[in-house]
Ligand binder design. Structure first.
Ligand code: 8DG
Ligand code: CA
Ligand code: CA
Length: 424
């Protein structure tokens, strides 16, 4: 038993109960558990402090009387009776399984369970024709896409996508992976690609023109271009016989700014760095790592929205919730596109704008267009567009939108200390 085992056990137990509540659509309860987990991660595990007594958590954020007692029980007995009861209930097991399929929410899952379905094969057979259409696609790849994606493989995906963009779509497009990968997680559930173009702007006539082109580029069978370019950029190993299957294999949702689907790297790989076999249980066992189908999310934003989108899409979701709450307290509204000063009458905030960040009014024509030849930033982690700074401005109704050029600007405006992605 290592020092941090108790922390890990508490987090895993609370998470498994949180998952059940989420699958039941009990979002408030879900958040109560998630917030308690966040407190443990931040105040204990993240600081290298082992929890030995529930007393240590008394009075902390998200640790009410009920949560305190659960943690106390876990520490005294090594387990939580509630968890054993909740997670062994067959209905709960099925709800959790079904909501793990993309496109099946708590309401649909309940219907499927009520109809007597219990297994993924029941869903595949779907004798009563109850399955939402997106779930039908998702079921094809479900077991494979549940396998966590190693950090290095995601780097390969990014490199591959960048090569396709560079050679087949538009060399100036900027792609970065956000989500847990940007938070430097060892493994991620999916690949969250954020895409922008330095010459795009939310006030332009067709701000969404790029995503469709990118997706169709990634759907095209990839003969040599991207694979070869990837190979030559990372090693001297030449690309083997041209892999002809497309990178994107199937789609779940295709919008003008959001794409969701399934992808797979060309196999065999141009270099051997990611060709380790899968040891993780749960389908796809024995498959070479690269041959596993992965879940891909792509978000397109215009360059002016990039800093806030980067912040949002990096998460964690709890970090986002807390930052937004803090923003509201400070009189700002923060979303995945912009940060704006809240004002009831629509008048500009008095005095100087925070931290030297210009407050701009798009209808007065003071929108700063992104620079055509962006300057390199010293630190790409600082949150500019892939290491580039782009001008940024957002339109904002009766709110005062603030110009931000990096994630750091948002922290500064809100009076928060900079937090690296891996600490979020
Ligand atoms: P994972 O894939 O490794 O499981 O973790 P993740 O990368 O943090 O989760 P994600 O579901 O892929 O979401 C990516 C980011 O999007 C997340 O870190 C923060 C942001 N986000 C929110 N709220 C929500 C939400 O309700 N749904 C999704 N899909 N993303 C959200 O802040
Ligand atoms: Ca993710
Ligand atoms: Ca995602």
């Amino acid at each position: 038993m290592t020092k941090m085992d108790a922390n890990r056990n508490i987090v895993a137990t609370l998470q498994s109960i949180a998952d059940v509540y989420r699958s039941q659509g009990q979002i408030h309860k879900f958040h109560a558990y998630r917030n308690a987990i966040e407190t443990i991660r931040h105040e204990f595990t993240g600081k290298g402090i082992a929890i030995v007594s529930a007393e240590q958590l008394k009075g902390m954020k998200a640790i009410g009387k009920a949560m305190y007692e659960k943690i106390d029980e876990m520490l005294r007995t090594g387990a939580l009776r509630q968890q054993a009861v909740v997670s062994s209930d067959p209905t709960n097991v099925a709800l959790k399984l079904f909501t793990s399929v993309h496109g099946v929410g708590p309401v649909a899952a309940r219907k499927l369970v009520d109809a007597g379905y219990r297994t993924l094969d029941d869903l595949r057979t779907d004798t009563m024709n109850l399955l939402p259409p997106a779930a039908r696609v998702a079921l094809q790849y479900h077991e494979e896409s549940e396998i966590r994606i190693p950090y290095d493989e995601i780097e390969d995906h990014l490199e591959f996508i960048r090569a396709v963009l560079r050679t087949q779509v538009d060399a100036r497009l900027i792609a970065n992976v956000c989500g847990s990968h940007r938070r430097r997680a060892d493994t991620s559930g999916d690949i969250d690609v954020l895409l922008t173009h330095p010459a795009s702007h939310s006030t332009s006539d067709s701000p969404y023109e790029y995503l469709a082109a990118v997706v169709s580029g990634l759907k095209r069978p990839q003969p040599d271009a991207a694979a070869t370019s990837l190979a030559s950029s990372r090693s001297a190993v030449p690309s083997p016989t041209a892999p002809s299957s497309p990178y994107i294999l199937a789609s779940l949702a295709e919008g003008s700014s959001k794409y969701m689907g399934y992808c797979r790297l060309p196999y065999p790989p141009p270099s051997s760095s990611s060709s380790a076999s899968v040891t993780e249980p749960g389908g796809g066992e024995g498959l070479p790592q690269r041959a596993i189908t992965r879940r891909l999310d792509i978000r397109w934003v215009t360059a002016d929205f990039y800093p806030c989108a980067l912040l949002y899409f990096t998460g964690s979701d709890t970090f986002n919730v807390n930052m937004r709450l803090h923003a509201l307290k400070m009189g700002y509204t923060l979303n995945e596109y912009r940060i704006a000063k809240l004002s009831r009458d629509g008048s500009p905030p008095s005095g100087v704008t925070p931290a030297g960040i210009a407050s701009v009014s798009p209808d007065r024509g003071t929108v700063s267009r992104p620079s055509a030849s962006p300057a390199r930033m010293a630190s790409p982690e600082g949150g500019g567009v892939g290491g580039y700074v782009v001008g940024a401005t957002a339109a904002g109704g009766d709110e005062q939108s603030l110009e931000v050029t990096s994630e750091r600007d948002v922290f500064r405006i809100l009076g928060l200390p900079w937090t690296d992605p891996w600490d979020r």
